[in-house]
Design a protein around this ligand. Structure first.
Ligand SMILES: NC(=O)CC[C@H](N)C(=O)O
Length: 361
């Protein structure tokens, strides 16, 4: 069935619908990863977004029931040049189209994803609507206008506090839409986890007396989460803290810094990041549309990492406290595992007697 994507600026892309067919509105973003579509579909940070894959053939290794980052897809739509109808891989359990159908996710194929990506790069991220049937222009404009993603974190956070047992350090995790591989990465390091919903109070976290606090990734604009920023402010100085992506942005806001929207974001598995402390470059996995403003950080916060494509902030740490965070994804999934040591550094910071130098090592 024919379908089209209409962007906020009026550009129209005609293609072929696949997967679940339904009119859908969202923020259109592009991802430059060659693989990892399953992890991307199910990463809760994409909630409310339509993802354009720049790699031209998607779905060739099919879908399995393991490589998921949350229980079901969170994207509004998957936009591709071509999808593979005959997947081949020993782990493949079903094809991409069947999966999208079952999970009720709209797919749009046959799109000139290069041209679309160029538009998004030049114009900046925009909202879009995918329609299988024609509709009056005013109606389309109205639907685009009223779409917002402000309640995204509430939609993807855990409803209840839950625990995952482990013999090692006890970590209080605030779940803003956490990726499974972050939980796996902490479990691999023997952590005992208490996972809290996003709107938890600082007091309730401190009551379980954790060894450290982890602030997760998640969708949307960090500045909307006013209550959370207050909660984190109350936790600063009490326990070691690690933040990843949204967690990093929230930490920066809580420390007195500011965040801003990037023109078109960083999404993919190939983003070069420089560790300014060790003078090393890592290839990182990324998925974010906001960033910590460079000149906003207070004196007691040190920038530890920068993105080599656009020099934006990719990591920071507190000068005196065991608190640090990264904008990229050390848990990968999908992507390179070059920066998995960030989790080990966190474990080290829980040992007490924290000094700035130890974080650097
Ligand atoms: N992966 C994330 O945590 C994304 C953070 C935030 N929602 C952003 O887009 O910048």
């Amino acid at each position: 069935m024919k379908a089209k994507l209409i962007l906020e600026n009026g550009n129209v892309f005609e293609g072929e619908a696949f997967g679940y067919i339904e009119e859908t509105v969202g923020e259109v973003v592009f991802n430059t990863g060659m693989t990892g579509y399953q992890e991307i579909l199910t990463d809760p940070s994409y909630y409310g977004q339509m993802v354009v894959m720049t790699y031209p053939l998607i779905g060739n290794y099919g879908v399995n029931l393991e490589d998921i980052e949350s229980s079901c897809p969170k994207v509004k739509a998957l936009i591709v040049r071509e999808w593979a109808s005959k997947p081949s891989n020993w782990r493949c359990e079903m094809g991409l189209e069947g999966y999208l159908k079952e999970m009720k996710v709209m797919g749009l194929a046959g799109i000139d994803t290069r041209a679309l990506t160029k538009i998004l790069r030049n114009h900046g991220t925009m909202k879009g609507i995918i329609l299988a049937e024609d509709a009056p222009v005013e109606e389309i404009q109205r639907k685009l206008k009223i779409f917002h993603n402000d309640d995204a974190v509430q939609k993807v956070t855990t409803k209840e506090t839950y625990r995952i047992e482990g013999a090692g350090k006890h970590i209080a995790v605030i779940d803003f839409g956490i990726k499974e591989n972050i939980l796996r990465s902490l479990r691999k390091r023997n952590c005992r986890l208490t996972i809290f919903p996003a709107d938890i109070e600082a007091e309730q976290i401190l009551k379980v007396n954790p060894d450290g606090i982890f602030l997760s990734n998640g969708p949307g604009d960090p500045k909307i989460l006013v209550k959370t920023i207050e909660t984190i402010k109350q936790l600063i100085g009490k326990k070691p803290i690690l933040g990843i992506c949204l967690g990093h942005q929230l930490l920066a806001l809580s420390l007195g810094g500011d965040t801003e929207r990037l023109k078109f974001g960083h999404r993919g598995c190939n983003h070069p990041v420089k560790d300014l402390i060790n003078n090393r470059v890592y290839i990182t996995s990324q998925n974010h549309g906001y960033v910590v403003n460079k000149n906003s950080l207070p004196e007691n916060v040190i920038i530890t990492h920068i993105n080599l494509n656009d020099n934006t902030i990719e990591g920071m740490k507190h000068r005196d406290l065991p608190i640090f965070s990264v904008q990229f994804h050390p848990e990968a999934s999908p992507g390179p595992q070059d920066t998995a040591h960030i989790f080990d550094t966190f474990m080290k910071s829980l040992e007490g007697g924290f000094k700035c130098q130890e974080i650097i090592a």
